[in-house]
Design a protein around this ligand. Sequence first.
Ligand code: DC
Length: 671
Amino acid sequence: MFTTPFLDLPPLASADGSVRLPGSKSISNRVLLLAGLSAGTTVVHDLLDSDDTQVMLAALRELGCGVEADGGAWRITGLGGRLATREASLFLGNAGTAMRPLTAALAVLAATQNGRFELRGVPRMHERPIGDLVDALRQLGCNITSLGEEGFPPLRLAAADTRLNTAQPIRVRGDVSSQFLTALLLALPLVSAEHAVTIEVDGELISKPYVDITLNLLARFGIQVQRDGWQRFVIPQGSAYRSPGSIHVEGDASSASYFVALGAIAAFGGRVLRIEGVGDDSIQGDLRFIDAARAMGADVRSGPGWLEVRRGAWPLKAITLDCNHIPDAAMTLAVMALYATGTTRLDNIASWRVKETDRIAAMATELRKLGAAVTEGPDFIEVTPPATWRAAAIHTYDDHRVAMCFSLAAFNPLVGGAVPVRILDPRCVAKTFPDYFETLFAVSRPGPAGVPVITIDGPTASGKGTLASAVAQALGYHFLDSGALYRATALSARDAGVADTDEPGLAKIAAGLQLAFHDQRIWLAGRDVSDDLRQEQVGAMASKVSAWPAVRQALYELQLAHRRLPGLVADGRDMGTVIFPGADLKVFVVASAAVRAERRHKQLISKGISTSIDDLRADLEARDARDQNRAISPLKPAEGAKVLDNSALTIDECVKAVLDWWAASRNWPAA
Ligand code: DC
């Protein structure tokens, strides 16, 4: 997951391969609540792991449900309709799929079993209306107090003065959010003992497919709701939640929309994008996004649990569409519109205004930054593609869908653009798809300029490794510590008894290195060698080993393979001169031998190793001489390299200097 303040997507040019979708958000939180209300244990497979489900799991735990991770699954032991905890204060973040149904379930449980609960969330959650649901629950006799503004969270749910009135139909508005109806449908079986419970919808029900998911899952938990059109729903008398024992969560159909769009835009010339996790057996209405994508030109084939997408028409075709049935996935259409001929109009999307952010305003503002012409109305948006694409920093409003759909704008080279797209606060995708960007990068190929590379070369103990790693971290880029490859070769040679004069023997070892970099550690054939590699003797041997042309040749491809999306920061001696001569930014770090010897001395002292500064300095100078004078790939500044003398600079100052150079070279504002 990217936790950097921003993530720069370089211009991208094509896509193919296979992606597996995370579990559906809508299904995950409904299943968790139903399992939490049932008697007995439900094993939930393929649950989405995201902010919203974490919030729900934490809430269930707080309420006294059993919540255990079991391998890749979750074991939820439910309340069986009886409160285990009568008082709790629950923090529900920005998870509407937790706030609404928990409000309904806990309101009736508190009312009938003398409970007292407070539900709150992040500030944005306190701006998202819930009054229609509260009104419906008050008709029943539930005791609900708005602790802030009336009709918005935070809420207090308390014991009722009188028995709940389930004999009369409960009326709820259906034209603002279908989540209010869903919340009632999920919760009111709790009070169906004496009468069937009838819910009547006022106004035209929006987002009907989400209500379908609710009915489908209630059936899986033993509750058959009778429905009369979309106006009247009856929960039969004596309905009781029955755990299905085990349940699989299908992949998220709204998340699928980004990859369907990706295939339609970038899977051409024999390429195919395969999506695993949803298919033609899905219960999620957002899959009807496929029809809209087809209308714009996508070639989509499907089977049980899979989709395959190719580019069909190109450029895409502009459409005018009523999007009431696919409110979330429709945002993806607004970005597909950037690749269409003409103006795309999305109608009947008023619900966008009460989601994670005001999505109509957000989409309009951000699409315009890219150069698109956008008209917005109370319940529609019209998008005309840019005549000239502009590099833009996309504000994401803590809205996962804004972040995900705008990533598709990086394919602008396919329609004459050549600009990077900066996604601010990329972490917000954690709400539904924590690995979204990694998944996107795994199937995307860069445009003609390739994957961006920053090289940082310099002599030993110049601090370039620390600097390169910090720059990589700030940008969310991959990091190549090329010295580690030479050190690992030296370490392996030493262990295998191969002399530092045996060029062919060393080259063979270099070619067969089984190195892995993860969690800031380095693994050699499955062993964590991070500390061994830093030993002075290993460094000294690496300096000799690295002078052999056959060794350098053996490590060449391995180094190139680190150049992966979204970008690479590589440090060493010849990153800018030999390995990545076309790098986008080259830095050469220098510091006086005296300063470097002092730094190395401090490092060693802190590890409890005693040495003299003079010896260290002599050693560094000998190593510099060897690195600079060897016949092949000698240490020297690459052509066009920026020289950074860090003798008197702190690490933070060095990082800032490099990031400023980087921003200037890409025409971004300084970070
Ligand atoms: O950067 P370092 O101290 O970990 O490097 C160890 C040795 O490897 C160093 O003496 C020179 C050599 N090296 C190299 O020749 N080329 C590189 N790209 C990186 C390191």
